[in-house]
Design a protein around this ligand. Structure first.
Ligand code: TYD
Length: 199
């Protein structure tokens, strides 16, 4: 199974991913955490670009859309292997939904983002950690270019809009304690695992 945690910077994806991983392992699932951007050469190039203040401009966002899509394909085989398996659970910190929400600007038709991500496998379950941008920015070190309040506000709106058009996305309020958020994530994952077992 391929489970994705999504949300704006500061929403708590990384810590929640790790706690979910621990719980699944305790329950005898084989798991693996994956992270986007990856550690591939393309991922490292992206990391550099994320420190460049020019990265929010139109041309650079177009370029980043392609780099993120290419970087994601380095995970494709691993994701496909997990998708076909009932016991192996891949927990991913971000997915192509990050591109849909972060690279969305007036110079980019969202359809094009879907198109360049056509060959990326779709998550079985996406958990959107929703947090208002003011709280989120306080939790960021603000080193990377997208970590500004206006950018995160726009990005959060894009995430919430996804709920109307995409299936298999569940939103969880991230403005709670780490333990409460994790408890709610586990409930959602448990339900999904039970559904799969019944099929
Ligand atoms: P992030 O998960 O925040 O990594 P870290 O916490 O280690 O800095 O991801 C890095 C940034 O990349 C974040 O601002 C979101 C952005 N991003 C995109 O803009 N598009 C994408 O497709 C992905 C995967 C990430």
């Amino acid at each position: 199974m391929y489970i994705v945690l999504e949300g704006i910077d500061g929403a708590g994806k990384s810590s929640q991913t790790e706690l979910l991983d621990i719980w699944l392992k305790e329950n005898d699932y084989k798991t693996k955490i994956i992270v986007e951007p990856t550690k591939s050469d393309i991922g490292q190039l992206i990391r550099k670009e994320l420190l460049n203040p020019e990265s929010t401009n139109d041309i650079n966002q177009q370029k980043l859309t392609l780099l993120f899509a290419a970087d994601r394909l380095t995970l494709k085989q691993e994701i496909l292997d997990a998708k076909g398996s009932a016991d192996l659970i891949l927990i991913s910190d971000r997915s192509f939904y990050s591109s849909i929400c972060y690279q969305n600007n007036s110079s980019i038709d969202p359809k094009w983002i879907y198109e360049v991500n056509l060959h990326t496998p779709r998550p079985d379950l996406t958990i959107l950690l929703d947090l208002n941008e003011k709280e989120a920015i306080n939790r960021c070190d603000r080193e990377e270019v997208f970590e500004s309040i206006s950018f995160l506000e726009k990005t959060r709106k894009n995430y919430l809009a996804l709920l109307d058009v995409e299936e298999n996305i569940v939103v969880i309020d991230a403005d709670k304690t780490i333990e409460e958020v994790q408890e709610n994530i586990r409930k959602v994952v448990k339900e999904k695992l039970e559904m799969i077992r019944k099929d």
